[in-house]
Design a protein around this ligand. Structure first.
Ligand code: GYE
Length: 331
């Protein structure tokens, strides 16, 4: 069933004012042959998130056969739940959302299921009490991203002959309980178990933002500057931590300074990599719109879809990155 967003918005307003029951009068449904998608985005906390939003908006455009209702939850799960409920009231064809955290979605997803609206989860994943609560997940294998980073760090320290040196690690985590934070943290914890000379001397949440990472890193530097590695769970945090360390007179460099590990591989992060300030940035691909589009097109044709799809990702380090590589990047 195709709906127009203006008709749905009118219905939503009328419903909210109590003038219209849940059933939509057939006459209000637009004849346009566009697929109506409601997308609940976490927020705009990082360059990665901005690239993700731009890609989703570019994908779900009218020329591609869609009408998009976009909602920015400002980093609040309750706003995402409200937005999804509104999408249900507007009787969208599909609900797409990037969940801030892994838990707390069962009830609202039951409402979507009862309304017969397929849900596609993107970016971060969720714990759902039954498989029927969402149709597909597209995103990244965050634990694997972390394992790539830890393996690279192990190899670097081995090359530097530091396998028996005490390695003091500051760990700046992403948004707590998000699957990106859970996976990237788990990989570092495994690395610490494997390397008895690695010590996490400080672990703070940077909430995936440059500002928060600057704040927590400044507080850490008040206590100690005996730091060998800073493991940041996204580029925004890495830039904030580097700002704080440089202000405190520390050098960020993989060869003779603090080794900064990061995730996302945004253009800004890779420029810091080229400058030698970020040692490694593991790619986390935000361009998920086309994958969601493919799923919706298959569902429209009544075809089966893959329940989980992890996007292929690579990594970039300060020793091998070039300007040409950065210039070729789409985000
Ligand atoms: O790493 C970070 C964003 O969920 C993978 O969220 C995403 C993370 C990403 O704020 O930059």
């Amino acid at each position: 069933m195709k709906k127009s967003v203006c008709a749905a918005a009118v219905c939503a307003m009328l419903m909210l004012s109590g003038c219209l029951s849940a059933e939509k009068p057939a006459s209000d449904v637009s004849e346009e042959n566009l697929i109506l998608v409601g997308f609940s985005q976490v927020g705009a906390e990082s360059e990665w998130r901005v690239a993700n939003t731009e890609n989703m908006k570019a994908t779900f455009s009218e020329k591609n056969g869609y009408e998009l209702i976009f909602n920015d939850a400002q980093q609040k799960q309750e706003n995402q739940i409200k937005a999804i409920r509104t999408f249900i009231q507007q009787d969208v064809d599909y609900i797409v959302f990037s969940p801030k955290v892994e838990t707390g979605w069962n009830s609202i997803l039951k409402e979507a299921k009862d309304a017969g609206i397929p849900v596609i989860v993107t970016d971060r994943y969720i714990e759902a009490e039954d498989e029927g609560l969402y149709t597909a997940y597209i995103g990244s294998n965050f634990r694997q991203e972390g394992e790539k980073a830890v393996a690279w760090l192990e190899s670097l320290l081995q090359k530097q002959g530091r396998t028996n040196d005490t390695i003091n690690i500051v760990h700046i985590q992403g948004t707590m309980e998000s699957s990106a934070q859970i996976g990237r943290t788990a990989a570092l914890d495994e690395g610490v178990v494997r390397n008895a000379n690695w010590h996490i001397i400080e672990r703070q949440c940077g909430d995936f933002t440059r500002a928060k990472a600057l704040e927590v890193m400044e507080a850490i530097l008040e206590k100690t500057k005996d730091i060998d590695v800073v493991y940041c769970e996204n580029d925004g945090e890495a830039l904030g931590a580097i700002d704080a360390m440089e202000k405190a007179g520390l050098k960020c460099n993989a060869e003779d300074g603090v080794i900064v590990i990061s995730f996302d591989a945004t253009r800004l992060g890779l420029e810091y990599c080229l400058a030698g300030k970020i040692a490694l940035s593991v790619e986390c691909n935000p361009l998920q719109g086309p994958y969601v589009h493919d799923i919706i097109q298959k569902l429209e044709r009544g075809e089966k879809v893959e329940r989980e799809k992890y996007i292929d990702e690579t990594q970039f380090d300060c020793f091998t990155i070039t300007q040409k590589m950065i210039d070729s990047r789409p985000y």
